[in-house]
Design a protein around this ligand. Sequence first.
Ligand SMILES: Nc1ncnc2c1ncn2[C@@H]1O[C@H](COP(=O)(O)OP(=O)(O)O)[C@@H](O)[C@H]1O
Ligand SMILES: [Mg+2]
Length: 388
Amino acid sequence: MTSKAKILIVDDDLDSVELLTKRLRAEGYHTSEAYDGEQALRQVEEYRPDVVILDIKMPKIDGYEVCRRLKSSEDTRLIPIIMLTVKRKVPDKVKGLDVGADDYIPKPFDYRELSPRVRYWAAVKMEVEERVRRIKRLEQELIDSERLAAIGQTVASLGHYMKNILFGLKGGFYLASTGSKENSTDSLKTGWEMLERNMGRISDLVLDLLEYSRDLEPEYENCFPNEIANEVCEHLGAKAKENGVEIIRDFDPSLQEVLLDPKDIHRCLLNLVSNAIDACLFDPDEEKKWVVHVRTVSENDGAVRFEVSDNGCGMDEDVKKKLFTTFFSTKEGRGTGLGLLIAQKIVQEHDGTITVESQVGRGSTFTIRLPHRDGATQGAMVNEGHQT
Ligand SMILES: Nc1ncnc2c1ncn2[C@@H]1O[C@H](COP(=O)(O)OP(=O)(O)O)[C@@H](O)[C@H]1O
Ligand SMILES: [Mg+2]
């Protein structure tokens, strides 16, 4: 196998190149040659040798420099280099090894001395290549198996969640049909409500899954963050009121028009405010006057900050750790556990950050920070149809 190796001979002495070429070919190697440093570097790139036999004294770039460059490049550093020199002095040998040469043979050399060295280094190169290939294969196998494990876990959680919905649907169907057979309005009503609730859950799940798996870049538009925040408060106003939660709007009037995807940010805030209202509902302290604060802030560097705070149940460290994981929900079948994951994905697509502070029994604050994005005026002109 090593006799098929490709050897690059680099020497400015034509005779010695010719002699070496003849000898090496007779042993079954493929060879190529270069007569100065520049040519050597080019040849290494084109010919991709397994071993380089390199003379030190050459015009333009000398052998030391060629060696240093080959050994400092990620692409070529594994190619063994055997240095040839007329100098028998120890400092030169040290310098050769110092620039990374793998071996050193003084000139004039006896071919019988060089031959086993070439064979040895060609074998080393093959072995190294084989190991690198093996490591790459193992790395890929590891990535594949981790991916499969993650998919398996996701499918298991999804299956479990859907099984619960299916039980709800079956139960609702059973109650509704016996209610109608036996003329029991109570059963019919309860069954019907169960059907309705579980239809809602499956529809939430499907929409969340589609949103989460969507692979689109944000569609940036010029818009006013306060307007988006206001729409979200309007949208959830009824749900909050029904449950005795007050939504307080605290919008920064200095917040200008910015470039973001309004639909995405709306969705993101909707998830946070909706969670904040839920946190009040899950709060056992009935005496509390529950409030959800929705704040917007214009930061000095042009970034926009949204803050959603509640004085609901808060969360412990364990919940905090799992917040942004797939299907994590403490809402016993009433949540898909995808809301925060979707919010995080949207924020990351906007190059922003989402952070959380929380204390059990005191409440939580979610903060989204979106950095300033250039091109606001241009976007405004396009939106208004004033394209130039
Ligand atoms: N404001 C909050 N206060 C307390 N817990 C929260 C809050 N927001 C999120 N959580 C916790 O994070 C979990 C995951 O939230 P989310 O991803 O929106 O899923 P879901 O709302 O469907 O449960 C919730 O079930 C809840 O335990
Ligand atoms: Mg949620």
